[in-house]
Ligand binder design. Sequence first.
Ligand SMILES: Cc1cc2nc3c(=O)[nH]c(=O)nc-3n(C[C@H](O)[C@H](O)[C@H](O)COP(=O)(O)OP(=O)(O)OC[C@H]3O[C@@H](n4cnc5c(N)ncnc54)[C@H](O)[C@@H]3O)c2cc1C
Length: 467
Amino acid sequence: MLSRRSLFLLMGGAAALAGAGYGASRVGEQPEPPLPPGQDRQGRLLWRNWSGLQTAYPATRAAPADEGELADILRRAEGPVRAVGSGHSFMPLVPTPGTLVTLDRMSGLAGHDPATGTATVRAGTRLVELGTALAGIGQEMANLPDINKQSLGGALATATHGTGAALPALHGNVTALRLVTAAGEVLDCDASRNPELFAAAKVGLGVFGIVTQATLRNGPLRRVERNVWLQPLEQTLAEWPALRAAHRNVEFYYLPFTDMTAVITHDETDAPATPRPPAQDNEALLDLKRLRDWLGWSPALRRRMAKLALSGLEPEKVVGESWQLLSNERPVRFNEMEYHLPLEAQPQALREVVAVIETNRPDVFFPIEARVIAPDEAWLSPFQGRMTGSIAVHAYYKDNYAFLAALVEPILRRHGGRPHWGKLNSLGTADFAALYPRFAEASALRRSLDPEGRLLNDYLRGIFAHG
Ligand SMILES: Cc1cc2nc3c(=O)[nH]c(=O)nc-3n(C[C@H](O)[C@H](O)[C@H](O)COP(=O)(O)OP(=O)(O)OC[C@H]3O[C@@H](n4cnc5c(N)ncnc54)[C@H](O)[C@@H]3O)c2cc1C
């Protein structure tokens, strides 16, 4: 995220204090979470998600090469039949004891139209491959998530988003979808063909069918200038409306127990590309962790040391193609909760989240992320009908994440938030029905396509079977 010029000094100081006996720290490294067995008693292999929280032992795994094979699988396979992308969701959307279907063999560009700036993309395509493929035809997705490891099908299914006041989430630029239903029927949908299914299945969680391809309305390939700088939280909140208006993509991270934010902007430019310096995010993150480990026992000292170190950090500026700069590598695993709030509620909700964490949870060190997303009309889109400000809180994968549900979620719900479908939340049918005006229609449509619920695992049955 930022150059680390003075972090070493800081770390030396913190380590010395800890060594001098001040820091028989109450908050330190937790043991590695236990690994589930690699196979179950029947010899079925383990599937686990990226963070390690979700696991399953599917009876069958299938990798169809085309829609014909997929339709056969959907007609005959043992249920629940669940699609998997790259397993980056934190919620139990994918796990099944039945059939796990990957579209890894159904990836790449299926076609494009330079006149409309659209491209039709097979759903198994990873976003990183899509960036390269679109660049090859002079197109780009102007909004991308924080990482690009997801499959297109998986990203759309949970309303994956980036940031930018004029930019909707990824599904907001989908102009057509093709999916195969539980009965093995191949359906095309867009604004005129099966329009209701189109509105429901754009953010479809794999319950309306398995999406095989999507047509995306893209922008022309652009270079962007990326700027990253630090400033106090209250300054960022005061400037947030102006920052949103001024920058194509803008977000900020609050660094817990520092009072400081890192603001990140991307704006189109014709300037030549500059070399991208080696990513510093993860080293900076591990430094924040060390500070937690050594000085977590004294929030005041931790804050003072952090401020001292951060004051020496240089802003970052780099120019490159948008799809190369918008997404990052995230090798340090975590569990995450993200809620999407009415934009005007975001600053106060964030202040409350920061206060509750800094009062109760000295173990938290992961930056808290705030983004902005333009509205769209998909029935199950958390951005449906309103400008959205999102707040994402992370917990290191070894740390207890119960505080997300106990302390953070009540605040985000009180401010009118809708949870990210792929990230931790404790909501059920009644909650979703209250948050989504078209939830009952979506549920009825799902039932008409899959009356036996063969596409529902236990978690999704709880949400949709009686909705
Ligand atoms: C490190 C990290 C960073 C992240 N950053 C962001 C971010 O910046 N913004 C954001 O919004 N989210 C972010 N996420 C969340 C992530 O984008 C979503 O959880 C996304 O759904 C993951 O895509 P996937 O391919 O891994 O799908 P999976 O997690 O494998 O599956 C997700 C859902 O999609 C369904 N599905 C998969 N393929 C298909 C298909 N072809 N047809 C129908 N349904 C299908 C699955 O059944 C499941 O319900 C992040 C997650 C991680 C771990």
